[in-house]
Design a binder for this molecule. Structure first.
Ligand code: ADP
Length: 926
């Protein structure tokens, strides 16, 4: 105990502790330790715990306590320090701490000027405490090392034991593996023979030698094939001791409930797990017929494809010793090898049997293919025949023979439908004598008739029992009275063309294969027949056509030569006006080459010929409407003068002979120069003569007038009467001569028309004024009706006056006293005109119609056309009174025609007449 030391240490607590800590840190640093934690620069340096003054303080206090005689605290602190060794402070360093404390204390004492004796005393006390501390540290250290050693020793012992067990295990596994390997090698060897007995023998021998049991048996369920449910488990083989009745043991699987599972064999089978009864007593299970009393049992299931199909049962007197866990595994391994080997044998046998089946199938199929090939060849032959022959009989005969050959049918026929009688007629026959070859069947009669009618094949196993079959009259003689038959329809393009039949004396001879073949062949034959028929039809049509063509050619050559030899020119065009034909005469008359004309449109040719009189031959109008209102072809005619020739041009439609359809137009050109010259001479003669006559007639008229007027002296009554008659006749003759001169002018084309728009009111007013006195004389009701806004008419004023004068004066002349004469004019559409008028005028313009109506004597239907002839006068009550030359209307008509119009009359005898004419409305002048 040193209270002095305790007091000193307490007093210099801070200084000593500070210096001690610094000394420790310095020593440790020089030893390569880092005292302070340093994480700067990202590096963590493993270091001992920091031994700062604060950390050392508890030890310092414990030392002070120990100095006072209390060591408990010091022991605790030092024990904790020794524990620190694990944290990095090794024992030598720990021991060094005490020396460093001693030196530090010494230094502090010296520095504090402590007396040397005092120093020694205190230091001696300190030494004691420090020695004690070192002793503590050493003891604690030794304790610690000792306990660590103990622990290590235990670990080593444990590991050694483990190693020994592992080696033993490895030995056992090696033995087991060797046994399993050996078994596998033997099993592989016997797979060659695929003999299950051999497999059983190999595995059982191995089990017997390895385990030496008293009994070994293999059990199998009754349905080894997968997918089926097994009903019983039976003993297959037994080795070693056998229970006498074992052969009869059958474990029923269907009734085996959960309690039946008490039987280890059943249990192993049902659960698919190894069942062990290693120490059964003799009377535990009297029910197990197979059990050897006092023997242990191991029942291992035979598992293939995740399903148990049997059990291997082992019984041994020393089972418990024999069947350790490792040995159980070996047994299970052997049994599973047995299971796999048995399954492989089964599979191998299955493959073998598959192979045999396959071989059989291949053989069968090859046979079928050979037959099929034969059939196809037959079909190909038929096809060849069909494509190479258009002779139906050749085709049918060869097809029938080919089919009968392949089917090996002795009889057969092909019948075709005769379209005229709708009956089946045999066309190719096989197997029947010549006399019997021709047969006819109405549709629906007999087998063939039935097949044709129903468009279905018939397979008849026995004809005698088939009601469709009809025996042919002379069949009895041929000897073929029964047997089987097959018949198929020949159908092409949905039409039944005939029936193919094959028959055989045997019943049931034909089968579905035959039917298939015949049906296939029937299609080909039908196409052949169809094509041949088609060919015949086409050939005859072609022959007919070519005859007709020949005839047509001859005809056309004939017509062409006639045409070419015509003296008149002919140009024919189609409905579009394109020139189709020009004859030689045309070339001569028009003085233009045929080649040039042929390239033109007839319309252009007409245009160049007619120039301003283009409307004379309106081609387009004709092509639009070929026939007139009465169904007669419309014909237009005109005369032109060209190259000193006077040509008559006539345009008419060309109608097809069959249905009057227009196929074009024809222009005929006739040279009328000679006729025209003669005509002109005649006209000139008449003209000259008329002129010559007019002069003396004028003189006669003048003198008679003078005499009648009494200028040449008085005349007796008779003389007066005669002179008056002479005067009247001479006036009439002058009128006739004037009219004739007018007529010759028109005919010779000398008349000059000055066409201009004229108002009808203007034209009529003069006429009405001139004739009003004559009308008044006869007490007529003379009226004039002209609607306002009436278009002007296009006409020559002088000629129009003449025409109107003639018509109105006729109306007055041929209407008895008190009658009515009406004159009116109106615009008219083509559709409103009488058909016969419409045919004669152009369609594309507007007309003005002028009517002169009277309630006079009328004109009979026969006379209505003739009154326009020269000098024609009808018989009527007013004929004499009216006087006249019969030339007025014959002048009016050509004049109106020249102006593009038409005149006509409608009249009823005794009731009156209406003379009408149309002229172009001026606004439509082209
Ligand atoms: P004409 O000088 O005789 O009148 P036309 O040529 O003018 O000669 O007439 C020819 C004939 O037509 C007449 O002779 C007459 O018989 C008949 N005719 C003309 N106009 C009428 C009429 N309005 N009524 C009855 N008959 C008529």
């Amino acid at each position: 105990m040193s209270t002095a030391l305790a007091a000193w240490l307490t007093e210099h607590h801070d200084a000593v502790l500070e210096r001690w800590s610094a000394a420790i840190v310095a020593a440790r640093t020089s030893n390569g330790h880092r005292v302070a934690t340093d994480t700067q620069g990202g590096v963590v340096v493993q270091s001992a715990p920091p031994l700062t003054a604060a950390a050392l303080a508890p030890i310092y206090h414990a030392l002070i306590d120990a100095t006072r005689g209390d060591h408990v605290n010091l022991r605790e602190q030092l024990y904790a320090m020794v524990q620190l060794e694990q944290a990095g402070i090794p024992l030598p360093e720990l021991l060094q701490f005490s020396f460093q404390l001693r030196r530090t204390t010494w230094e502090v004492m010296r520095e504090n000027g402590l007396q040397p004796e005092q120093q020694f005393t205190l230091m001696a006390d300190l030494e004691t405490v420090l020695e004690q501390s070192v002793a503590y540290i050493s003891q604690f250290w030794a304790d610690q090392v000792d306990s660590a050693m103990q622990e290590r020793m235990q670990e080593v012992t444990f590991l050694t034991e483990r190693m020994a067990t592992a080696v033993e295990e490895a030995d056992r596994t090696a033995v087991n593996l060797t046994a399993l390997n050996d078994t596998a090698a033997r099993l592989a060897a016997c797979m060659e023979h695929a003999d299950p007995d051999e497999v059983l023998e190999v595995v059982s021998a191995q089990i017997m030698s390895l385990f030496e049991p008293q009994h070994l048996s293999v059990w199998l369920d009754d349905t080894p094939r997968s997918g089926e449910t097994a009903t019983r488990l039976l003993v297959l083989r037994v080795w070693g001791a056998s229970v006498p009745e074992l052969a009869q043991v059958q474990l029923n699987l269907t009734t085996a409930g959960t309690d039946a599972g008490e039987d280890p064999v059943l249990r192993a089978y049902l659960l698919g797990e190894t069942v062990l009864e290693l120490e059964p007593t003799a009377d535990t299970h009297p029910r197990w017929q197979w059990h050897l009393p006092d023997h242990g049992i191991v029942a291992v299931p035979l598992i293939a494809h995740d399903r148990a199909n049997g059990v291997v049962l082992v019984q041994a007197s020393n089972a418990a010793a024999q069947f350790t866990l490792a040995r159980q595994k070996l047994l299970i391994g052997l049994v599973s090898q047995l299971a796999i080997a048995l399954d492989n044998v089964r599979l191998y046998q299955q493959v073998l049997s598959f192979n045999t089946d396959l071989n059989q199938l291949v053989e069968q199929r090859s046979g079928e293919l050979a037959a099929e090939k034969e059939r196809l060849q037959a079909l190909q032959e038929i096809s060849l025949e069909v494509s190479s022959s258009l002779d139906v009989d050749v085709l049918l005969k060869s097809s029938l023979h080919a089919l009968a050959d392949i089917v090996r049918a002795p009889y057969g026929s092909i019948m075709l439908v005769d379209r005229e009688t709708d009956q089946l007629e045999s066309r190719a026959v096989l197997g029947f004598p010549e006399v019997d070859t021709y047969v006819r069947f109405p549709m629906g009669d007999g087998v063939a008739g039935w097949v044709a009618f129903n468009k279905k094949p018939a397979l008849i196993p026995d004809v005698t029992t088939d009601e469709r079959w009809v025996m042919r009259p002379n069949q009895q003689m041929t000897g073929k009275q029964g047997g089987s038959m097959v018949a198929v329809p020949l159908i092409a393009h949905q039409e039944v063309l005939g029936v193919l039949t094959l028959s055989h004396t045997e019943r049931d001879y034909f089968n579905a294969d035959h039917l298939r073949l015949l049906t296939a062949a029937a299609g080909t034959i039908a196409v052949g027949v169809y094509n041949a028929n088609l060919y015949t039809t086409i050939a005859s049509t072609v022959a007919e056509r070519s005859d007709a063509l020949q005839r047509q050619r001859a005809e056309s050559t004939h017509i062409t030569s006639i045409m070419q030899s015509l003296t008149d020119g002919v140009i024919v065009c189609d409905i579009y006006g394109a020139v189709q034909l020009v004859n030689l005469a045309t070339e001569r008359l028009l003085m233009r080459p045929i080649e040039e004309l042929l390239l033109q449109n007839l319309d252009d040719i007409l245009r160049s010929l007619l120039t301003t009189r283009r409307d004379d031959l309106p081609l387009q109008d004709l092509l639009d409407r070929a026939l007139d209102s009465e169904g007669a072809p419309r014909i237009f005619e005109t005369i032109i003068e060209q190259h000193n020739l006077i040509l008559n041009l006539k345009l008419s439609p060309v109608l097809s002979g069959e249905d009057d359809e227009m196929i074009g137009a024809i222009l005929t050109i006739r040279d009328t120069t000679r006729e025209a010259v003669a005509d002109r001479l005649k006209t000139e003669f008449i003209s000259t003569m008329s002129h010559e006559l007019r002069t003396p007639m004028t003189a006669i008229k003048g003198f008679t007038q003078l005499m009648v007027m009494g200028n040449l002296g008085p005349l007796s009554e008779t003389q007066m009467e005669l002179m008056t008659t002479i005067q009247q006749n001479s006036e009439r003759m002058i009128a006739i001569i004037n009219d004739v001169l007018e007529l010759t002018k028109i005919e010779s084309g000398e008349i000059d028309l000055h066409m201009r728009p004229i108002h009808m009111a203007e034209a009529l007013s003069g006429v009405m004024t001139d004739l009003a006195p004559r009308s008044a004389q006869r007490s007529h009701n003379l009226t004039l009706g002209i609607p306002p806004g009436l278009p002007l008419v296009l006409a020559d004023a002088t000629q129009l006056h003449k025409i109107l004068y003639n018509l109105v004066s006729n109306a007055i002349k041929y209407t008895p006293e008190g009658g009515t004469v009406t004159v009116d004019a109106h615009e008219v559409q083509l559709a409103d005109l009488p058909l016969k008028v419409r045919d004669r005028i152009l369609a594309d313009r507007t007309y003005l119609q002028i009517n002169v109506r009277d309630t006079g004597v009328g004109i009979s239907a026969e006379d209505q056309e003739r009154i326009f002839d020269r000098f024609y006068r009808t018989e009527n009550s007013l004929k004499i009174e009216a006087g006249g030359t019969g030339l007025g209307l014959s002048l009016a008509r050509p004049l109106i025609n020249l102006m593009g119009g038409e005149i006509w009359v409608e009249s009823t005898l005794g009731e009156g007449s209406t003379f009408s004419f149309v002229l172009y409305a001026a606004s439509h002048r082209i």
